[in-house]
Design a protein around this ligand. Sequence first.
Ligand code: NAD
Length: 455
Amino acid sequence: MLKIHNPATGALIAEVPESNVDIVTQRTRAARAAQPAWAATPLEVRLQVMQRFRAALVAELEPLASTLTKEVGKPIRQSRNEINGLLGRIDFFVMQAATTLAPQQLFDEGGTREVLSFDALGVVANISAWNYPYFVGGNVFVPALLAGNAVLYKPSEFATLTGLHIARLLHESGVPTDVFVPLIGRGDVGAALLAQDVNGVFFTGSYATGAKIAQTVGARFIKLQLELGGKDPTYVAEDADVKIAAESLADGAMYNAGQSCCSVERVYVHESIHDAFVAAFVETVRGFKIGDPGSEETYIGAITRAPQLDVLDAQVADALAKGATLRVGGKRLAGPGNWFEPTVFTEVDHSMELMREESFGPVIGIQKVFGDAEALRLMNDTRYGLTAGVFTKDEARARALLAKVNAGSVYWNCCDRVSPRLPWSGHGDSGVGLTLSALGIQTFTRPRAWHLRQP
Ligand code: NAD
């Protein structure tokens, strides 16, 4: 049995049967058998199923948000935001799927036609993270199902109840039970899934697990997508609006207690506005209410995984030992559950872990810089490349800088933002492949090239 604990209190909230290797094998075989009929179902029917799933999310929004808050410790308002955000993503995929999946005639001359079609990959594994289970799961299973795939879905062991709700609602909406298959458990269940006959692996999670998965499936030449962590930087230039930049970046760093793949993790501020920026940033952070995730007023909830507290403690100790200045926070909160104060450091540099490795918590370093060239060099001094941003009044200057930053998504005067219309992808150790956008539908297909000659 998988024990589910509330990270805000430590209380045991559920015990759920785990899927063993036999179950994973049987369910994969059943998915393989069921997938051709699903792919042969008219797209119109699959679109209707997805619209019913959307309506079911709306109808059950409050209990679903409450479950998410209880099992991951996310403030209730942020849980609602996430489910509402998934509705917008479903709307995009439903609107876009027919155009994107339609065969394209690209040539017709002298009796010869060339046609490009998009077939479903087949059976795909969706191994998911806990921090935004509706988003990171939905980015895969919504377009994968619309494209005609069967999906073997392994929710994170820290978001299992949400994963089971997603499966129930998809089944009630008309996805056959063998076409969307939840597999419950920890990393060993994910590993068992990798050993199956699947046509693609779509993973969201840490670099360490992503690297293991790449080694395991690499030689099989199946489609592999890895959406991994980041150390996302933002540069605040001297002409930026200090208050707007500070408030926006404090939110980008601390929303969901910093447990977002695209959280702002490093800030570089021009020396001429550094002190004013730090004052506004710290004031904003002091205003964030930390506490009961079920309360409407709470902005910072619990840390979902207890081991992450050790990572945060170690980054704080390392930064202090190397001369950083602690402006606010810096330690765990006493009492039951997993809690860490929102924490801001200044006088930081790249010798510190805090500026090099993903914190994945409410901890941020602000570093003084003396100009664009230094900011750019520091932003690119990382093995990751998920997002990066620049705050300045000058669009041309921002675009010139952002064009040289090694990141899949770049932001001018904004941060921590994801759009269903644009592809979501990482450079370097932030991963390979993409989700979202029209490309994020095509990625669940195999293009077929048709050369057709009239006799
Ligand atoms: P994790 O790597 O610990 O776990 C992710 C999933 O992999 C879980 O379902 C887990 O059970 C499974 N797993 C673990 N070991 C496995 C193995 N050997 N084989 C197969 N599956 C295995 O990551 P996490 O703690 O759930 O997620 C946090 C990480 O995810 C952070 O680094 C965050 O930045 C990243 N993330 C990235 C994105 C993105 O879009 N780039 C989005 C959300 C989260």
